[in-house]
Each structure stands twice: as C-alpha cells, then as structure tokens.
Design a protein around this ligand. Structure first.
Ligand SMILES: [Mg+2]
Ligand SMILES: [Zn+2]
Length: 237
C-alpha cells in the first residue's frame, strides 16, 4: 500500500510538473532571440578600444556585469541615435521565434524577456520584425544620449553579484511565486539565474552558458527556438 502510494506520488511528480505547476519562461534577448548579440555589434562598430578585454574580467569573476557595462559603453566617446539605429536595424531574430512565441501565447505560458541590453534597441528590433514590443514583458536596462555619450540606467539596483540587470532577482521572484522555471539563454549574465534557479535550461549551442553548465542534467543545448518548442512539448505539455 505504502509502496504503491510512493509510486503514485513519483508518477504524479514526473507527469505532473507539468500540467499542474504554472510555468514561467525566462528568456535572454541578445544572441538568444537575436542571431547576433546587439551589444557586441554596437561596441565593435562604435569604439576602437578593447571592450572584449573587459568580458574576460567578468568571466574570471573579478568584476560584475554592472561594472563591465559601465566600462565598455564608456569607451564610446561620441555617437548619435542615427548611428546606433543603423547598426541595430541590421540585427535579425531567430526565424523560428515567431512560431515559438505564438505557441507560448496560445498556451497561456508566462513569458519574460530578461536582458542586460537596452530597452530601446530591443523594442526597435522586435518592431522591425513585426512583433509588438508592448505586448511582451521585457525587463532590461536602458540608455540615453547625453552630449552624444551613452548614459545607462539599470533595471535593478545594485546587488551582491554586481549585476547590471539582476536576472537572478527576477527569476527568484517568479520561483517564490510558485512557478517552475524554464530558462533560455546564451551568455555570461544567464549563468547565475540558470544554474541556481532553473528547472530546465536551454542554452545556445557553443556559447558561454552551454560551456559553463556542461554536464548539468537540466541542460539542453539548442540552435533554434523550434528545437526548444519541440522539447517542451515532449516533456511537459
Ligand atoms: Mg545573450
Ligand atoms: Zn544580481
């Protein structure tokens, strides 16, 4: 009797994660929804300084992304919106994201974009691809131009991890509200929230997140959103 109850409970948990627990998908933007990282494209075009060297300090843990972004975007001595948007307008999104996102809407699954990038270019890239940015929950940093220099404003206040936008705190809030977390990402700012809080992790093939979490049994490596949808359907719905 006891054993069969135990078996039933296990079975319930396996199938049940699942249909009964609410699910929230937390998804990075740059290099995950977009094919290239917009921030990297902008920095490569707008400064000749060695902004990549700063990423190495983030990787070795000596600085957080907040300090990194201040250093890197501070390397741009003069720019204009025209110059910025000319580069932003070359960004493409994963073509299978459309189908994935309409499926998420249809299934009524909570979907958040968590980004260490800037709201202005995220909105513009989405609108360029005929996705209404207003309809999405986007938690990102933002930027303004003051005397032709970039002035950043961060989505969250300073945290112990030194994050620019603390993705960890956004995911933790959802987890505490009882959501099972599906995390989709590619880069350095995704490692902490995915590793600490996610139930399932989709990491872009061959990028920092996938490399860092290699061997983790929650990890699935992906190249396109069609693979993610297929996998979620198989596991959960
Ligand atoms: Mg990214
Ligand atoms: Zn943080």
């Amino acid at each position: 009797m006891f054993v069969s109850k135990l078996l039933a409970a296990n079975l319930f948990f396996c199938i049940g994660f699942i249909n009964l627990m609410p699910i929230a998908i937390c998804c990075d933007f740059d290099g995950t929804i977009t094919l290239m990282d917009t921030g990297k494209a902008l920095l490569s075009n707008l400064t000749k300084e060695d902004w990549q060297a700063v990423d190495k300090f983030v990787i070795d843990g000596s600085i957080g992304t907040r300090e990194a972004l201040i250093k890197q975007w501070g390397m741009i001595e003069y720019t204009t919106w025209k110059e910025i948007f000319t580069i932003v307008d070359t960004m493409k999104i994963d073509p299978s994201f459309y189908d994935f996102y309409s499926w998420v809407l249809q299934k009524n699954i909570k979907f958040f974009i968590l980004s260490d990038g800037f709201q202005k270019y995220i909105n513009r890239i989405l609108e360029n691809h005929e996705i209404e940015a207003e309809s999405l929950d986007i938690l990102a940093n933002d930027v303004n131009l003051v005397d032709n220099r970039l002035k950043l404003s961060f989505n969250t206040s300073a945290c112990d991890h030194g994050c620019a936008n603390c993705k960890y705190s956004h995911v933790l809030k959802l987890k505490n509200e009882g959501y099972k977390i599906i995390y989709i990402g590619d880069g350095l700012s995704d490692i902490l929230p995915a590793a600490e809080l996610a139930d399932i992790i989709y990491a872009k093939n061959n990028e920092d997140l996938a490399k860092k979490l290699e061997g983790d049994n929650r990890l699935q490596v992906f190249d396109s959103f069609s693979e993610i949808k297929e996998d979620i359907v198989k596991r959960i719905l």
